[in-house]
Write a protein that binds this ligand. Structure first.
Ligand code: SAM
Ligand code: SF4
Length: 335
């Protein structure tokens, strides 16, 4: 097991497999003019595999593939098949916008992917097209159906809540009632600026702190006759639950979670390291401090890879210290 300087066990690796995406969410990337990393700068699938194999031997057990949109990376299914067959790897999960899931869910499941988090910030078709600038919400609905049908468990649906977008929170919470869907409200974070130019531009006023969000959802649910949000105990949380607080409505098949990255730090429980698509290790989402493991991977220098990994682990800060903004966009870090 790998530990950092603050005594935290670090066994969770989040890998951005591409900085590219088939959507352009307002809060994540500008509509035009993103300087994509050249293909030659992006780690090959073999280099990613090698890194995971080495990280697994250092105690990493759980992998999440993200991006950009991980499903647009060619060869992603082969990568999953290879990682899931490695000794010491307990689970491989993915965060995806779900657009390509209707086509790919079965092969992802067959390759050994354990679970998916699907990002969907609204249930309204027009608002979805506005937020994503090019997405068709029906594709995501079909993607959710496909994820349930092929048997991913749990299927989580993530919504970033932005005050000025006025999302319908109740409609979202209702998703958890009739199907085993675990909906999670995520605080809007000041990552990447966030997308000032033609995007939303982050402001503190646009982040709804989780306490307030919880009160809003509870009040609307009560008024609509859904009842109270009941807190879940440890054993009832969906597998791979992460840093969220979970609730459910009585007799609901799914749960409602609140991820409070900003308002109530979960830094003391932090168990993760991130790697960008070109092989930069990031000890903290909110910090621009990075360690280049890409060069060592390209040189197939295993000792150097281990040394950079150790250095990155030793550099994990105790907390994010309310830092605002990062040089990289969220799509480049891998949210
Ligand atoms: N494309 C995939 C997707 O959208 O699920 C994976 C990459 S995306 C960067 C990962 C997650 O980061 C998504 O759930 C997205 O909503 C979230 N995200 C992006 N920018 C964010 C921000 N400024 N604050 C909070 N979450 C953000
Ligand atoms: Fe693409 Fe995900 Fe960013 Fe949306 S949040 S632009 S889907 S990477």
């Amino acid at each position: 097991m790998a530990y950092d300087q603050h005594g935290r066990a670090i066994d969770y690796l989040r890998i951005s497999v591409t900085d590219r995406c088939n959507l352009r969410c307002l809060y994540c990337m500008p509509e035009e003019g993103v300087a994509w990393k050249p293909h030659a700068a992006i780690l090959t699938l073999e280099e990613i595999e090698n890194f995971v194999r080495i990280a697994a031997s250092e105690g990493f057990k759980r992998i999440r593939l993200t991006g950009g949109e991980p499903l647009v990376r060619l060869g992603i299914v082969d990568l999953i098949r290879s990682i899931t067959s490695m000794p010491n790897i307990e689970s491989v999960a993915m965060t995806t916008n779900g657009i390509l899931l209707p086509k790919m869910a079965q092969e992802l499941k067959d390759a050994g992917l354990s679970r998916v988090n699907i990002s969907l910030d609204t249930l309204d078709a027009e608002q979805y097209a506005h937020i994503t600038r090019r997405g068709n919400i029906d594709d995501v609905f079909k993607g959710i159906d496909a994820a349930l049908e092929v048997g991913f468990k749990p299927v989580k649906v993530n919504a970033v809540v932005v005050r000025s977008l006025n999302q319908d929170l109740l409609a979202y919470a209702r998703l958890s009632v009739d199907r085993p869907l675990h909906v999670r409200f995520i605080e809007y974070m000041p990552v990447g600026g966030a997308c000032g130019a033609d995007g939303l531009g982050w402001s503190a006023a646009d982040t709804i702190p989780n306490e307030e969000l919880f009160a809003l959802v509870s009040e609307q649910a009560r008024a609509a006759g859904l009842g109270e949000l009941i807190a879940l105990g440890g054993g009832e949380k969906p597998e791979g639950w992460g840093p969220a607080r979970y609730y459910h409505f009585e007799n609901a098949l799914g749960t409602v979670g609140f991820i409070n990255a900003l308002s109530r730090h979960f830094c003391e429980e932090c168990n993760r390291l991130r790697m960008t698509a070109e092989g930069a290790l990031r000890p903290c989402l909110f910090s621009d401090t990075e360690f280049d493991v890409g060069a060592a991977l390209r040189n197939k220098d295993e000792e150097a890879v281990r040394a950079v990994l150790r250095e990155a682990l030793d550099s994990k800060p105790d907390e994010h210290h309310d830092k605002i903004g990062t040089e990289r966009l969220m799509s480049q870090i891998g949210g």
